[in-house]
Design a protein around this ligand. Sequence first.
Ligand code: GLA
Length: 389
Amino acid sequence: MNELLKAFEERFQTSSNGVRFFYSGGRVNLIGEHTDYNDGYVFPAALSLGSYVCIKNRSDSIVRLAATDLDGVVEADLRHLDQYKSIPWGKYQLGIINEFLCRGDKVRGADILYYDTIPHSGGLSSSAAIQLVTARAIADMNEIEISNVELAQLARRSEHRYIGVQCGVMDQFASAMGKERHAILLNCKTLEYEYIPLDLKDCCLIIANTNKKRQLADSKYNERFAECQKALSILRQYRPEITALCDLSTAELQELLSKLDDPVLRKRAVHVVSENDRVLKSAEVLKKGDLETFGQYLNESHASLKELYEVTGIELDTLAENAQKMDGVLGSRMTGAGFGGCTVSIVKQDFAEEFCQKLDKIYSAQIGYAPSFYRPAISGGSREVLEIK
Ligand code: GLA
């Protein structure tokens, strides 16, 4: 904390008296990929890897942003926030402040220093962590009464309107509402949620990062969103009461499938509806402590994301498919949007070391560079903190 205070003073050339600290985590999604914007279920957990800020209000309308791992300071005027939508760094933060202003909240200028412990562009939602830590900090520094669930919705709106990605609510919700040692079973249509203990017995979660440089991920993501909307609009001609693909059960979709002429749309719809089903089944078996079956669902999810939704790629497939074959591994799949990013695996603790070593070797030989591995704890939601871990 002292180091951060020093960095704050150096970067902003101002005293750090009165600075406050906030935290919000990234997320790992256990299962339920590309279901959120189809109003289905997801099953994420917030991570102890995330984003911290130290923040101090100013007496003018200027916001200054800096990060410990980046040079320089981004300066923005609260009166003209629509001018910063395409800046390379800082737009996630400014998009959040813009949403508060759109709600009619009074926001003062501030100096904000970010310290991220989460890999960027790694598929663990570093951007949701940045959004939510900014949102909690701005709310509390300006005495705006707003719950973490509302902050998650605000952050999603910001991503749609300021960043231009048609994301679902999963990442923001997980970051805002995480609970230590629990996963969140979230109904993205109603935002009803249930915390389910993540009791992995003699197993642990290992996250493996492809370290692939993600290109065009946002545009491919929006393409998948558009395909789902298209499939929905066709199916609504036969079932006008549905408002999203996940309103259909697997059996109902089977009956309607021939109405989708385009094979691509058929594949997308089958993935979404079957994945939604897998989330509910996964939560059930996890509650019963049946980790073997849970692991099977993870493997099926990966196969569906590869074959039907086509968002994996050689890097994620190499990690997940080789992991699935290893001793001591119950299941492995890509997590997040795909197109690079991370996998999540359930591995017997006794095999954890061997798992990382073997996978590192195989992946490096096949792909040409090494993956990274993390075993973060499952953490709480967006909050003010008095210490930095
Ligand atoms: C990204 C989006 C989420 C979700 C996942 C895929 O992380 O931000 O809303 O759609 O991809 O499940």
